[in-house]
Design a protein around this ligand. Structure first.
Ligand SMILES: *Cc1c(COP(=O)(O)O)cnc(C)c1O
Length: 406
């Protein structure tokens, strides 16, 4: 990290973060330390290690080794306001670790209705069984959200833009209300990452990311992280250790490698996505595009106010009423894989069914219903990778022609 008082810019930070000589010695990248047992020089050293519990202190493999510590430090350095980061074997395990670190039986969790489906399932499944009550809220209706708080509300789960339908909410306002009511605010910050949305600076207490997406960046790695200021980092760390979370050093090294190009990849895929979104928006086969980076999108003003970047993930709705429209389009794409996950170097297309994952938000929302979107309209999510955007546009155009011919 730069030692002068001017903080380095994000592109510089991702290159330098977590690469101090205590992790790397004389080489550029932190080496892969494969270790379960750590050996002590003597009994006094073993006793000292038992007591202190910090990254950088050898103890036993479950507490990590330099490869994982270097990655955690790097993630902390790129998350403004973070005191520390805990890494987990997947994004979903990070979500579980973060929620379990702040909730106990009898508590109420407020969870955004457009949260990633496994987050919703955790609230209605695991957390419910543990005696935590979850209430879904519409993140665009701040008054109704505020009215949901009660004495037992201990945490708020945010995600912006929301999964599949990409609504941007007023995170600073929602987090400020949570703080006022003494509830912890947590956010799934996978879409923008800490580079595009400095979640802790925007008022959140804990920022969670699936590293399987932008940080890994190459579709060959599962991992997650949770970063927090001093107040919540301790609880995150304690809970993570009690759950036995640990990631392999090989995967940690891959994640750290992905991090070095993350800013470049995000910039490129955002700019390609914007070109594609603008093209899609003008096609007769498309009735609506859901992407906050697009001027005119419902979330565009908040995105411009609060975010410093975007990414290549967005959704759109087809105007065709053919029930096979999604399949016809994705099956005829040559440059897009059909698959889950996103944020890799390669483009993906996925049919989506937003109405299936909603309790309180209407699908379609009023603004889309007004332009003809219905509950049975066909929607597709695209993750734009690093291919030439002109090739991707041509690919979409020929798939739309196939749809017209059916
Ligand atoms: C993929 C994803 C996750 C979960 O991450 P995994 O690493 O796949 O477990 C969490 N949140 C969002 C928004 C995601 O898209």
């Amino acid at each position: 990290m730069a030692q002068d008082d001017k903080p380095a810019k994000p592109a510089t930070r991702v290159v330098e973060a977590g690469r101090g000589p205590k992790w790397t010695g004389r080489v550029v990248n932190p080496p892969v330390w494969r270790a379960s047992t750590h050996l002590y020089a003597n009994e006094a050293e073993r006793k000292a290690a038992l007591k202190s519990n910090q990254d950088g202190e050898f103890f036993y493999g479950r507490r990590g080794a330099p490869t994982q510590w270097a990655l955690a430090e790097a993630l902390t350095e790129i998350e403004p306001g973070a005191h520390g980061t805990v890494i987990y074997p997947s994004g979903v395990s990070a979500i579980a670790g973060a929620l379990l670190s702040v909730l106990k039986p009898g508590d109420v969790l407020l969870i955004t209705d457009n949260a990633y489906d496994p987050s919703r399932a955790m609230a209605t499944g695991l957390l419910k069984r543990l005696g935590v009550e979850s209430r879904f809220f519409d993140p665009l209706d701040i008054t109704a959200y505020e009215a949901l708080f009660c004495d037992r509300t201990k945490a708020v789960w945010l995600e912006s833009p929301g999964s599949l339908t990409m609504e941007v909410c007023d995170v600073p306002a929602l987090a400020a209300i949570a703080r006022d009511k003494s509830a912890v605010s947590l956010i799934d910050n996978t879409w923008a990452s800490s580079l595009g949305f400095p979640a802790l600076e925007r008022g959140c207490d804990i920022s969670v990311m699936s590293l399987s997406k932008h940080v890994g960046g190459h579709s060959d790695l599962m991992m997650g992280s949770a970063s927090a200021g001093e107040r919540y980092y301790r609880a995150l760390r304690r809970t993570g250790q009690q759950l036995g979370n640990v990631v392999s050093p090989d995967d940690a090294a891959l994640a750290a490698r992905g991090l070095r190009t993350m800013k470049l990849r995000l910039d490129q895929s955002s700019s390609s996505a914007l070109q594609i979104v603008e093209w899609l928006d003008a096609q007769p086969q498309v009735s609506a595009v859901m992407c906050p980076m697009l001027p005119g999108d419902l979330g565009h003003d908040l995105w411009r106010r609060d975010f410093t970047g975007g990414c290549g993930l967005f959704s759109f709705v087809l105007s065709s009423e053919n029930p096979d429209a999604q399949a016809i389009v994705v099956d005829n794409l040559h440059h897009f894989g059909i698959g889950y996950s996103w944020g890799g170097f390669e483009s993906l297309a996925l049919p989506i069914f937003p109405g299936q994952y909603r309790d309180v938000m209407p699908w379609p929302p009023k603004n889309l219903a007004a332009i003809g979107v219905t509950g049975s309209s066909s929607a597709i999510r695209l993750s734009i990778g690093l291919e030439d955007p002109q090739d991707l546009i041509a690919d979409l155009a020929q798939a739309f022609e196939k749809l017209d011919q059916t």
